[in-house]
Design a protein around this ligand. Structure first.
Ligand code: 5CA
Ligand code: ZN
Length: 414
């Protein structure tokens, strides 16, 4: 798929700091240890209602990972998918009497625009589930041949399921016990009660075509892929086993990322799928998680356009003012505070002189490399800005230097 436009990332003088991130699997903050090419897969949208502030916050967190790696001199091979065929998308299209393909294309186009406006660096490869179907059927066929996948159902719809107990590593990503897994599986798209499965926790790999549903011919029979195997295959075929970061919101810890890892591990016999599993907290509105199914959404495009007239850089700063791993509420006050912070930064960072910037740049790097501590990073810039605005400092190079660092590391252009 076509990705979106990138923006230049200025070079920041001074020593970079290697990135440490919290890993859901090991439950600790550990250094990331990329080679020359750092590799990251972040789960993309299901394009039926893009882009709310929860999505934006999650992609923003991984944009910082991208930027800190670039600062450390790595190239970044970043892959993202689009879940452009799945039950929720088909259900929304049916509800609105819309064509699911048109709906998916429209919302994906809107998502690209929002990502550009927020200055989120694009993935190197942006892959739709539909375009990956031949890769997916090949893997499902191999899992079937290996005995770790099996057919269920009556003869008309012999869907393919994955045996969750196929490897000894199942559970090592989420660390959840079985009752928790069963509850989340039922809540998030699984079908624990489907008769004929070997175990309630076994997930769907390939759904045989029902009348009126989109389907693709394949060696498995006409049908469409299950959700987890899509991301598993798209990541594995581009990044290989043991890539640096698998990312998404915390609602993907289970079942999605557990099964994505499990499928690839069963296929290759290798562990781990990803070396870090990194999860962003949930953005809420009025006390509940912002979600398409609940409909309590604030859209990035609504804020930007339609007379909203909000500067996307203020949206960016508002989302960065909380820690990426913390579940947090979106409020108008957050945006107001960010708008005034942006104005202060703008005036100080475009002034003819200011206090020396090297220490502030070092603090910015220190905080971001420490599990993306954006709260402290913003406070470090605030401190410089308030000194500059009180008239202290006569270094003519300082505002430009710090402006470049704020652009490169935080993605905020003033
Ligand atoms: N297409 C799948 C992933 S393969 C999916 O979860 N799509 S989504 O459109 O529902 O969400 C896209 C990304 O935004 C996911 O990483 C999800 O975890 C994250 N996300 C969804 N809602 C929120 C929220 N309220 N706060 C933060 N992140 C969210
Ligand atoms: Zn995914």
């Amino acid at each position: 798929m076509q990705t979106w436009q990138s923006v230049p990332v200025p070079h920041v003088p001074g020593p970079p700091r290697p990135l440490r991130l919290y890993d859901t699997a090991s439950r600790e903050i550990r250094p990331t240890t990329p080679g020359q090419i750092a590799t990251m897969y972040v789960c993309g949208i299901t394009p039926y209602d893009a882009t709310h502030l929860g999505h934006a916050a999650t992609y923003l967190a991984f944009d910082l990972v991208h930027r800190v790696w670039l600062d450390n001199g790595h190239e970044v091979h970043y892959v993202q998918n689009v879940t452009d065929v799945d039950d929720p998308l088909l259900e929304r299209a049916a509800r609105d009497a819309a064509d699911w393909v048109v709906l998916a294309m429209r919302e994906t186009a809107l998502f690209r625009e929002d990502m550009e406006a927020l200055r989120i660096l694009p993935p190197r490869e942006y892959i739709g589930a539909v375009e990956a179907i031949p890769e997916i059927t090949e893997v499902v066929a191999k899992l079937l041949a290996g005995g770790v996948a099996y057919r269920v159902g009556d003869e008309s719809y012999p869907d393919v399921y994955y045996d969750h107990a196929a490897t000894q590593w199942f559970g090592s990503e989420s660390n959840y016990d079985e009752p928790t897994m069963l509850a989340l599986f039922a809540e998030r798209g699984g079908d624990p009660d489907r008769p004929g499965k070997r175990h309630p926790l076994d997930p769907l790999l390939w759904r045989m075509a029902r009348p009126g549903e989109p389907s693709w011919d394949s060696e498995l029979g006409a049908g469409r892929p299950g959700w987890h195997v899509e991301c598993s295959v798209i990541a594995l075929n581009r990044l290989g086993m043991g890539f640096d970061v698998q990312g998404g919101g915390s609602d993907l810890i289970f079942p999605h990322h557990e099964y994505s890892a499990a499928h690839a591990e069963a296929l290759t016999g290798q562990h781990p799928f990803a070396r870090h599993y990194v999860h962003a907290g949930m953005i809420g509105l009025d006390g509940a998680k912002m979600s398409k199914s609940r409909g309590n959404l604030v859209f990035v495009s609504k804020l930007r356009g339609d007379g909203g007239g909000v500067d996307p850089m203020a949206v960016r700063l508002a989302l960065l003012s909380g820690h990426y791993r913390t579940d947090r509420e979106w409020t108008p006050a957050l945006l107001e505070a960010a708008t005034s912070r942006l104005a202060d930064w703008r005036s100080a960072l475009t002034a003819p002189a200011g206090p020396p910037a090297a220490d502030t740049i070092a603090r910015l790097r220190t905080h971001l490399s420490d599990d993306l501590d954006t709260q402290r990073a913003l406070l470090a810039v605030d401190a410089w800005v308030s000194e500059a605005r009180s008239g202290r400092g006569a270094d003519p190079d300082a505002p430009g230097r710090l402006r470049a660092a704020v652009d490169a590391l935080l993605g905020v252009s003033v």
